[in-house]
Ligand binder design. Structure first.
Ligand code: SAH
Ligand code: SF4
Length: 390
């Protein structure tokens, strides 16, 4: 389902009855040029608009502020390509730690986006300075047993502009540029493939946010056909697989998607991706006590990784309210890690900075939704976003 509106606008001086309403931040430069040409406008106007929308110097958030456009045109464009940034409900955390933005979308749904300050490289080659963890859907349909995002099921896809807006708002609030993006927030980006890909092309474009594809990592629970589709795209985006189990027995128990696309099929798609992109991929592996942390699973994981030259990120499980799982002891985590390293695998344990503010996907949203049906009450130690904007 796509949520961009498709009703027709009538009786406006510059607009044609065939034009449909699409938010500005969901458009590529080509889309906007096309729209402007239908309105009888020269194509250079599109570049002017994108400069206002994404330029580093003069980024603005309203049509009114685009002062070199004729007023009549601005009001037509406002009708047909509205600017709809989500409302920032709360900002948790502080400047030097992980900050989590809770955003309210136009239909009242809540999503999260998490800003992570400088830390050693997780995905890119350099140190990951100012990484943003972006959501792709409201809720998630994939129902992984350990995950907060899937607990309340799937609500809807995010539109391309709702994905792009997460970056714009994070940059606006922090006053800094984001230089790494990870699509590891709420939802399954590969299940919202076309909106997600449209957002990625806007984020990547020189006329857009201008973030290199190598600075973006998409994480998937293993949607095999989409992994292959992405492999066939020219974008050099990085791929992370939420593996969490090396055998079908373990993986199917915690990730229902494995019944549809078992491990062997997933490994073939990963090999195809590596081959097409000439890139290394990453396996994400949450360590959950008594579920997937046995030495035999570690040995099988090493075998799977060796074949693909995949790196492994071990993630100690973040406890989720209402779920029985917990992380293994540090000793057990180290044992698991050493089994991988002894086999020559590049593996690290990610000690998340965001643990203390519910940074695992979907957790803050659930807590707010549970504590206040209206969604207005910020959880403790949150600060009003306005105090950070100045
Ligand atoms: N749906 C995609 C993108 C979300 S990424 C995917 O699953 O890959 C979110 C990452 O956080 C995934 O690797 C997910 O498995 C992991 N995760 C979910 N719940 C977690 C928890 N409680 N503790 C630690 N990691 C968790
Ligand atoms: Fe969805 Fe990913 Fe959470 Fe699984 S881990 S429920 S795919 S967000």
């Amino acid at each position: 389902m796509n949520f961009s509106h498709s009703y027709v606008i009538e009786h406006h001086p510059f607009m044609s009855p065939s034009q449909t309403v699409r938010p500005l931040h969901s458009l590529t430069l080509g889309d906007l040029e096309e729209s402007l040409s239908v309105m009888g406008q020269p194509s250079y106007r599109a570049k002017q608009v994108m400069e206002w929308a994404y330029g580093r110097e003069k980024r603005v958030y309203s049509w009114e502020a685009m002062s070199n456009l004729p007023a009549g045109l601005r009001s037509s464009l406002e009708e047909i390509h509205p600017i709809r940034l989500p409302e920032v409900v709360t900002v948790s955390g502080s400047k030097d730690t992980t900050r989590k933005l809770l955003l309210r979308l136009r239909d009242g749904e809540l999503i999260e986006t998490v800003l992570i300050p400088a830390s050693p490289a997780l995905y890119g080659e350099e140190s990951d300075r100012r990484t943003l963890c972006v959501s792709a859907q409201v809720g998630c349909a994939y129902g992984c047993r350990f995950c907060a995002s899937g607990l309340d099921g799937w609500k809807r896809h995010l539109t391309a502009d709702e994905i792009v807006a997460q970056v714009l708002l994070a940059e606006k609030i922090s006053g800094e540029r984001i230089n790494n993006l990870v699509f590891m927030g709420m939802g399954e980006p590969m299940a919202n493939y076309s909106n997600w890909l449209q957002a990625v092309s806007i984020l990547n474009a020189p006329w857009g946010v201008g973030l290199g594809a190598r600075k973006m990592t998409v994480s998937t629970s293993g949607l095999v056909p989409r992994i292959r589709d992405l492999a066939d795209q020219h974008l050099q985006i990085r791929l992370a697989i939420s593996l969490h189990g090396a055998s079908d027995e373990v993986r199917s128990r915690i990730m229902p998607v494995n019944k549809k696309h078992p491990v062997a099929e997933l490994m073939e798609a990963c090999a195809y991706y590596c081959d097409r992109k000439k890139q290394m991929i990453t396996f994400e592996y949450i360590l959950i006590e008594g579920i997937n942390d046995s030495p035999s699973e570690a040995r099988l994981l090493a075998d799977r990784s060796r074949g693909l030259h995949a790196k492994i990120n071990l993630i100690p499980y973040n406890t989720v309210e209402g779920l029985p799982w917990k992380r293994p002891s540090e000793e057990a985590q180290e044992t698991f890690l050493s089994i991988l390293r002894d086999r020559g695998i590049a593996a690290t344990i990610r000690r998340e900075k965001g643990h203390d503010i519910d940074a695992a996907c979907g957790q803050l949203r659930r807590r707010v939704a549970a504590s206040s049906p209206s969604g207005t009450l910020p959880p403790e130690n949150d600060v009003a976003p306005s105090s950070l904007l100045g």
